[in-house]
Design a protein around this ligand. Structure first.
Ligand code: EPZ
Length: 417
């Protein structure tokens, strides 16, 4: 397992560029098998989750070439073989092969991970959607076998605006006869990124980014081309670092509309920043006010920035409250934050109280999950002394070249195997 070692207290200045969005890219790769023969995906982030998906696609006999930041995919000789457990359980997003293979072949066999350490994370909304389109779903332990002689488009209502289910049903619906309508769809930018990819292939997709999406198949599918949006969560993570340690830190790849909720909160607690085109300039906020944050689906405050924000609020002057409404176990990073000197108190499965300001001291910590790991990394950057983050591979799953990016703007950080 790799370890990250940080010497805290160094200002961050200079410029970093945000990479392509993990949560778009992990859907775009499986979606690429819906193209006629070939696809190009630009601005793909170099993260472990992408490596896993490439392995699965090569197993399905797709040919993939990595040139600079682009992936050139040839799926003309794709084979619909059952996806082995050891690959598909590595990451949740492997479930996008369900919708894509169902649309392409009318059948898919894949093992699927249960929950992870931020919550149960069932996929009942995905399964219900496939069944509504006419598929038969057989589940044996965590092995899913989904078959549809014919997918028929229809109106589907989501009990919850699930990001994954919205994308998965959009993919499956491209293979359905007639029009599929998703009501109460998720509105996250990743949905729009995937919809644009499908539209470029010739499918009809209307309303992506709103609560109602209409999808129709197309008789003559074209090759696919798409560019991955900049990662709004990586961006938000660096913005939070800038608010704590920035000295005119420049962050390139800002899409304001994708991080509006974060920007509103930062302004509310006293953080100043400037945005010109897609570049933000931000410096350390000397007087951070406490606040109340409730995580919500887009465009609300993103759950994936809840843990990085917790570290920022350990420096606020007073008591803050965070309500995590999407997951039931997403405060695990607070155990090690408290060991570093923070005062946080888990009031319930969904509520956290943070009392600041608190001087943090470096120590040995363990990354429990991707964004929890990011929160500890930020704590290490502001702490006095040295912080060692064990099992930091989870961080590398979602933040492309994070240690080299941080080194380039003045952080004292090393990664060792
Ligand atoms: C995506 O997960 C992201 N992952 C998550 O980011 C993110 O936290 C989440 O959306 C919410 O924004 C990827 O895109 C790969 P959901 P997803 O389906 O699609 C419940 C990160 O750190 N639910 O919107 O799994 C579920 O349990 C990761 O980058 C059901 O009950 O999110 C959760 O409580 C972490 N049944 C809530 O909905 C379902 O069928 C949100 O899930 C599906 C979801």
């Amino acid at each position: 397992m790799s370890k990250i070692t940080i010497e805290g207290g160094h200002q961050l200045s200079g410029e970093i560029k945000i990479s392509g969005a993990k949560n778009s890219a992990v859907a775009l790769l499986p979606a690429s098998i819906l193209a006629n023969k070939k696809s190009v995906i630009y601005n793909v982030p170099e993260i472990k989750d992408i490596d896993y998906l490439i392995k699965i696609m090569e197993l399905l006999n797709c040919k993939i070439e990595h040139k600079e930041d682009a992936l050139y995919i040839d799926s003309s000789e794709i084979k619909n073989i059952p996806i082995p457990e050891e690959l598909s359980v590595q990451m949740r997003a492997s479930y996008y092969f369900m919708g894509a293979l169902l649309a392409k072949f009318g059948h898919v066999e894949i093992s699927f991970p249960g929950g992870c350490n931020i919550g149960a994370r069932p996929i009942d909304i995905h399964i219900k959607g496939f069944e509504e389109l006419g598929a038969k779903v057989e589940i044996n332990k965590n092995r899913y076998s989904i078959t549809a002689k014919k997918l028929i488009g229809k109106k589907i209502y989501f009990d919850f605006p699930s990001v994954g289910a919205t994308i998965n049903i959009m993919l499956a619906a491209t293979g359905a006869e007639g029009t599929t309508i998703i009501e109460n769809a998720a509105m996250e930018p990743e949905i729009v990124n995937v919809a644009s990819f499908l539209i470029n292939m010739g499918f009809k997709v209307r309303g992506a980014g709103t609560k109602r999406i209409e999808i129709e198949g197309c008789p003559k599918v074209k090759d696919g081309v798409i560019e991955v949006f900049p990662d709004r969560i990586e961006c938000g993570t660096f913005v939070i670092m800038g608010a704590l340690l920035g000295n005119n830190l420049k962050i390139k790849g800002i899409i304001k509309e994708h991080i509006e909720a974060l920007l509103m909160k930062l302004t509310e607690i006293g953080v100043k920043y400037k945005i010109e085109e897609d570049v933000m300039t931000i410096s350390k906020c000397e007087n951070i006010k406490p606040t109340y944050i409730k995580t919500l689906v887009f465009p609300g405050f993103p759950t994936d920035l809840q843990q990085p924000m917790t570290t920022l609020l350990t420096q606020a002057k007073g008591k803050s409250i965070i309500e995590e409404t999407l997951y039931e176990n997403r405060f695990k990073n607070t155990y090690d934050l408290n060991r570093m000197g923070a005062i946080t108190n888990v009031l319930s499965l969904h509520k956290l109280e943070i009392t600041g300001p608190r001087k943090l001291k470096g120590t040995k910590v363990i990354a429990t999950d991707l964004r929890g790991g990011a929160s500890l990394l930020i704590a290490g950057l502001i702490a006095e002394g040295t912080t060692e983050i064990e099992s930091c591979d989870v961080i590398l799953r979602g933040y492309s070249h994070i240690t080299s990016k941080l080194k380039s703007i003045g952080a004292k950080i090393e990664i060792t195997e």
